[in-house]
Design a protein around this ligand. Structure first.
Ligand code: GAP
Length: 489
């Protein structure tokens, strides 16, 4: 898919009620987006796909919904106050701010596009080293050496590179004097760590076990890009898997494979995914890999899998003074109980908005339909039926003679199980096209024959095939076609 099609996806998302720019009437708010009436349904369905796969299908993984606000010490313990920052640089002429590493990444992409693969490789390795060593002056030198100019002013009049902490802060308390500075969580994971013993004890869970959570996270990203790819308010779906120290390599490999399979089951194409091992490890990890997705603008991170050691629990234990340990009664090979220890953790962390974007880009299809002289392009969102925002549209052919009432009667029988849509405006052809553009897998048309013989036309989105069926068969067909089994079995 080209960048040009990507632009179409973005405008389609707005036109059909999937994603709107945040606070649009005030000219928007940088990197903040709102999900519309169809977007919220798709997002809920993607969340459910994750929740079912993680929590419902695994006996040893349970859910949690921790608060967004957390005690400020949480972020000291987690290392976010000291280390959660990006290297930023300003152009003195345009006054625009950039991420230094991203300016260099963009230069690498340009070298690659121009066939200068040696230069691209050399710069990539210098960039990796500078990032690994947290060497800000080396980043500035690379920007100068490679003659990178500001995309806005076109000049190379740069400030030094500085670290910029990505956490948003606010105050908790009734008045300024006794209020405390607190942070909006930059990841959901810490809510899981601080509740580790609450969940383990109340659920009588035995290691290995996992805690899963979905929810909002906030990062003051220096630059926002590519629609909902990099947002300042976004949603994560994270799972912390608590394990015995020494078993992390084995579990890391298992979760890498499980998560990749989960993505591939969506059917967007096996070649769209790849692993990317981290060279620069986050402050908490001893191994980390991204699952990257081939977006229209190239392969980018969709999910991270991290071996987080005992970093978080150990630091929370130290700072809170509360023991965060597990007593393991299982016996080692010498017959001795493993006893007390701080568990190690494998984390899987996927961005719901990035998954949403991958879904939208993969399912957006433009097709030529119709015969010779009446050829036209139809835009279809070919979502897996279970993920579609609207599952079935019921359309009376005309809005009189009892057809609307009949159609509404059909909806009444289906709406408890499926998200249904009723529409009576426009020709039936136009209504079908509109449902295609929303990704609705099934349309049911009620006509004059329906009034005599209780039959309707069912139209399938992808094949556009139409069949005459009895009203009494609709539920059976939908049950067969719209099922989690297709993704989760
Ligand atoms: N708890 C680990 C963690 O937060 P991360 O790699 O920083 O790791 C995990 O983030 C996932 O969250 C990413 O793979 C991505 O899908 C999503 N994500 C991170 N920053 C984002 C942003 N600014 N906008 C949208 N999604 C983001």
């Amino acid at each position: 898919m080209s960048e040009e099609i990507f632009k179409k996806v973005v405008s389609h998302a707005k036109e059909y009620g999937f994603v709107f720019p945040g606070s649009e009437i005030y000219d928007g708010l940088g990197a903040v987006y709102d999900y519309g009436q169809n977007g919220v349904e798709l997002k809920n369905n993607l969340r459910q796909y994750w929740w079912k796969a993680m929590v419902q299908m695994n006996e040893n993984i349970v859910g949690l919904d921790a608060a967004i606000f957390m005690h400020p010490k949480t972020w000291e313990a987690s290392g976010h106050i000291a280390g959660f920052s990006d290297p930023m640089i300003d152009n003195k002429d345009s006054k625009k701010r950039y991420r230094a590493d991203q300016l260099l990444e963009d230069k690498i992409t340009r070298y690659e596009k121009d066939g200068k693969t040696n230069k691209a490789g050399e710069l990539q390795s210098d960039l990796d080293t500078a990032m690994l060593e947290n060497n800000l002056s080396a980043l500035k030198n690379l920007i100068e050496q490679h003659e990178i100019a500001c995309p806005v002013s076109g000049t190379r009049n740069w400030t030094d590179v500085r670290q910029f902490n990505l956490m948003f802060s606010t105050e908790m308390g009734a008045n300024a004097e006794d209020s405390d500075k607190i942070y909006l969580r930059p990841e959901t994971a810490q809510g899981i760590f601080v509740n580790f013993l609450n969940v383990q004890k109340s659920g009588r869970l035995k290691i290995p076990f996992g805690i899963a959570q979905t929810g909002k996270a906030f990062r003051n990203e220096i630059i926002a890009r590519q629609f909902i790819m990099r947002m300042r308010e976004f949603e994560q779906m994270e799972m912390q898997f608590f394990i015995r120290p020494g078993t992390q390599k084995e579990w890391y490999a298992k979760w890498k494979e499980a998560r990749m399979n989960w993505h591939k089951k969506l059917g967007f194409g096996e070649g769209k995914y790849r692993f990317h091992d981290h060279v620069k490890l986050a402050h908490y990890a001893d191994a980390a890999v991204d699952i990257e997705f081939n977006y229209p603008f190239g392969f980018k991170e969709l999910e991270g899998i991290h071996s987080r050691t005992d970093f978080d629990l150990k630091n929370h234990q130290e700072l809170s003074g509360k023991k965060l340990q597990y007593f393991d009664t299982d016996l080692d090979e010498t017959g001795k109980a493993f006893g007390n220890y701080i568990p190690y953790v494998i984390e899987t962390s996927v961005g719901l908005d990035r998954l949403f974007l991958a879904t939208l880009c993969s399912c957006y299809v433009e097709e030529e339909v119709g015969k010779e002289e009446k050829k036209e392009t139809r835009v279809v969102l070919k979502f897996p039926a279970i993920l579609a925002p609207i599952k079935v549209a019921v359309l009376p052919l005309v809005k009189k003679d009892g057809l609307p009432e009949k159609a509404r009667g059909i909806i009444d029988n289906l709406k408890l199980d499926y998200n249904c849509f009723y529409e009576e405006k426009d020709t039936i052809g136009k209504r079908y096209r509109r449902q295609d553009a929303l990704g609705t897998p099934f349309c049911i048309t009620v006509d004059y024959d329906t009034m005599n013989d209780e039959s309707v036309t069912i139209r399938y989105r992808d094949t556009m095939k139409q069949e005459r069926i009895s009203i009494s068969k609709i539920a059976e067909i939908l049950k067969e076609e719209i099922s989690w089994n297709k993704l989760l079995s």
